[in-house]
Design a protein around this ligand. Sequence first.
Ligand code: NAI
Ligand code: MG
Length: 351
Amino acid sequence: MKKHRIALIPGDGIGAEVVPAARRVLDAVTARHGIALAYDSFDWSCERYVAEGAMMPPDGLDRIRAHDAILLGAVGYPGVPDHVSLWGLLIPIRRAFRQYVNLRPIRVFDGVPSPLREARPGDVDFVVVRENVEGEYSEIGGRLNRGFPEEMAVQEAVFTRAGVTRVLDYAFELAARRGGKVTSATKSNGIVHTMPFWDELVTERAAAFPQVAWDQEHIDALAAKFVLDPARFDVVVASNLFGDILSDLAAAIAGSIGIAPAANLNPEREFPSMFEPVHGSAPDIAGLGIANPLGAIWSAAMMLDHLGHAEAAKDVTDAIAAVLAKTDVRTPDLSGTATTAELTDKLLELL
Ligand code: NAI
Ligand code: MG
């Protein structure tokens, strides 16, 4: 049996609390399925930045390039500007390893009330496919006339045919596998160059998947429909910025950001993909041992799936659903009193 090499980057704050919980679940499920994982841990974090002036060492990317996957907690800490932690670690990993798909599944679970009255368990089950390496989050631009009244900043959005096509193909293939449909997020009424180009490519790629139904919505209307009728969505594909915002909105619809998982995928598997909960380092609760581990655990399940272990992944997501549906063990973000360890223990009992 092939041994998968996993790079663990717990990061800051509750990242260092939820990654060990995910690791316990991985240990249990891989033992049962005869899957071999070998771990290397890296202390890359804001704490390291404060001590050594960099989030990761200069050869950091090379140290994890040969791993099969990366499991990350979260980075960010008060005192270190967020653009330092993001551009010093997460974004270099996403870009150097061509993780051009950011995949975020959204489910309303039985036992976790959604803030939306109409969002019922079972009905709301969709994925946001976010373009993850270009678009609005580009390094092209600059500042001019600093300190003068005419001070200015320019930030260019970059949409390439290759970059848009590959993320659309991923979304259409995913919808075909799920037997579902694609909704494309656009804003071609207001953004007159890049978004009409995006729409043209959607039409072009849709023609290659005649079995998959699709539609498109302007991002503003789409945000409203997420709230009014979340059950109508299956695969939502969006540019970097639109996908970023929509996926946090979607995580909120599902009841808690502590449950939401994400995968940064290099679908060609030329480089490792990275799995991380959607939440950040939560400095307000860090160190208290009460962080919800389910987002990290679900992310670990997505990692198993990516590594070719769909059954083991399903065991984990079934255990997440079971602990929420059948028990009242909850961390405080879900209005309970359980600790991270207690919720993980209960999930392991049900696994
Ligand atoms: P956050 O997600 O860390 O926290 C937002 C709120 O949700 C807080 O009240 C927190 O206590 C709660 N929360 C988050 N995850 C939770 C969990 N697992 N269990 C229980 N409650 C949870 O977002 P915030 O406060 O905007 O950012 C804090 C730091 O994290 C910043 O430095 C930010 O840059 C960083 N961050 C890092 C991310 C990453 O590494 N991918 C993603 C988002 C933020
Ligand atoms: Mg975000």
